[in-house]
Design a protein around this ligand. Structure first.
Ligand code: TRP
Length: 326
């Protein structure tokens, strides 16, 4: 079966763009592939975090993912730092990638511009990501466009390692899912809905109360020509509402436009569809949140499954390098 590996940065909050654009696409993958999902807490600490924050966010993100439908009985869901093989393999990867290659990573350039303290870990971040992926003999990595470069460098590292030390790692492929809806900020519809945009009124969080969701969608920016038509360039705000309504109701946003002659009605229906979509999710989340011990138990099972695979691959890598056996 195809092995699929995905890493997700721990945040305590997910928004509608995360859900409709990415997470929803992962749900069928758990049944069609051998899917591994990793909450990458060690990647999160490449930038400074207040003590305690990453752990709390990792627990909460795990609960959000489970509430969204990742089933720890079906897929493998675990927290990166619970499987120490990631750190150890990360070092081996650091020794198989050059300073020059890491210097060309655009995510490093972007992130290092945003922080005063630039950790060495932020620079070697792609080596740890390569370890994540290669430890699981991963065939496919579902990622957004922004991560393509990191998958390319992972392949380069694997190829270099294999040619130095003999066949060790599977070369993974990036798959950029075509289906995901592009959800834009409700107030600034030329920008993707994003935590980093810091636009609370333009972002629907998955845990927002129904009244809050309605309020945000009803005050979404549109335009003043009054015509409901799917046209991302000319009518980004209206098109975004059509995309959201379409994604939430499994309909095509272009044909959906024919049903509407007023922005008001489009907003009312979009808000109702989002509330309906999120109500069962919020109920499941509330149950998980009330019993953190159960989440911890499920994550432990995930880490045990992950460790079994990772330990085998790491042992193979160390033995192929020819490190003295212990
Ligand atoms: N770098 C990824 C991001 O910023 C997160 C990540 C870490 C990841 N390890 C991974 C993604 C392995 C895919 C596979 O989103």
């Amino acid at each position: 079966m195809t092995r699929v590996f995905s890493g997700i940065q721990p945040t305590g909050e997910l928004h509608l763009g995360n859900y409709l654009g990415a997470i929803r696409n992962w749900l069928p993958m758990q049944h069609e592939t051998d899917a591994v999902f990793c909450v990458v807490d060690l990647h999160a600490i490449t930038v400074p975090k207040p003590p305690g924050e990453v752990g709390a966010d990792s627990l909460r993100l795990s609960q959000l993912l489970m509430a969204a439908g990742l089933d720890p009985e079906v897929c493998t869901l675990f927290v990166q730092s619970h499987v120490r093989e990631h750190s150890e393999a990360g070092w081996l990867m650091q020794c198989s990638v050059s300073f020059g290659e890491l210097s060309r990573m655009t995510q490093f350039k972007d992130k290092s511009d945003q922080h005063d303290f630039i950790s060495a870990g932020l620079f070697t971040y792609p080596a740890l990501q390569a370890a994540d992926i290669l430890l699981y003999d991963t065939d496919e990595v579902p990622v957004g466009e922004d991560q393509r470069q990191h998958i390319e460098i992972t392949r380069d590292i694997a190829e270099r390692f294999n040619s130095r030390y003999g066949e060790t790692f599977v070369l993974p492929q990036a798959v950029v899912p075509a289906a995901g809806a592009r959800v834009m900020d409700l107030q600034r519809p030329d920008n993707k809905m994003s935590k980093s945009l810091d636009s609370p009124k333009g972002t629907v969080n998955l845990l927002d109360e129904p009244e809050r969701i309605e309020k945000k969608i009803k005050s979404a920016v549109t335009d003043n020509d009054g015509e409901v038509r799917f046209d991302v360039d000319e009518k980004p705000g209206v098109s975004n509402l059509l995309s959201i309504l379409g994604a939430a109701t499994d309909r095509d946003p272009v044909t959906l436009a024919d049903d509407y002659h007023q922005y008001g009605a489009l907003k009312v229906d979009t808000a109702a569809a989002v509330v309906e979509l999120l109500t069962p999710f919020q109920a499941r989340f509330a149950e998980l949140e009330a019993d953190p011990g159960e989440t911890t138990r499920l994550l432990r099972i995930g880490a045990d499954k992950a460790r079994d695979i990772a330990a085998t691959t790491l042992a193979r890598a160390k033995s192929n390098i020819g490190l003295l056996a212990d």
